[in-house]
Write a protein that binds this ligand. Sequence first.
Ligand code: PEP
Length: 257
Amino acid sequence: STARKPLIAGNWKMNLNHLEAIAHTQKLAFALGDKDFDRADVAVLPPFTDLRSVQTLVDGDKLRILYGAQDLSQHDGGAYTGEISGAMLAKLGCTFATIGHSERRQYHHEDDDVVNVKVQAAYRHSLTPILCVGEGLPVRQAGGQVAYSVAQLEGALRKVTAEQVASIVLAYEPVWAIGTGEVATPDDAQEVCGALRERLAELYDADVAAGVRILYGGSVKSDNIAGIMAQPDVDGALVGGASLDAGEFVKICRLGE
Ligand code: PEP
């Protein structure tokens, strides 16, 4: 993973109101040194209601922290009550839009077709998708993790061009490891991340595949990040629970070094 700069992204899920978000982002900014940003790109993925506050802090203090949304609408505007468009997120300075998180797939019934049109919506507004894939426990127990995750990748990338996919971020998040304290072994992470990269090379080309960052997500903490990062096809982490503790998240951004 030499040419690929690591990315550590904190998924706050439905936590932290906008005042708490400001305090948390200030803590992060205070604790992160210049060297940390040389080591890894650092991003936060707050709830929609926090994005304006985070933008104001990042812009005002010229913080090197990147930010993005946890989801976006497949539509660009109009009569879609409760939805947030890619245009709105781009206007708020978001770099990323998380798409296909397992909690969206599970609780909001987002299938590969919805994920696919959301990926296309992100690209229409120059947002970088953080595309999440990963198997549940029954699939893992049956040994089907590679086929399952690769099929989700293929479903998400229909009609997506090589030029577009060059900037994508993938996140392999085995559902059984999310929020459970059950972390995949570094070899488990490598197996699927490596397979995703191989499939990208087949769908597009080897250069594109070699440039795409693939994150692992699932109970990442400061004491397991180093082993995960040591894998050749793992380029960072998507961090849920541990991203809510500023001290712990900063240690993860230091890659456990
Ligand atoms: C996530 O929700 O993306 C995640 C990886 O959560 P956790 O780190 O809490 O397992």
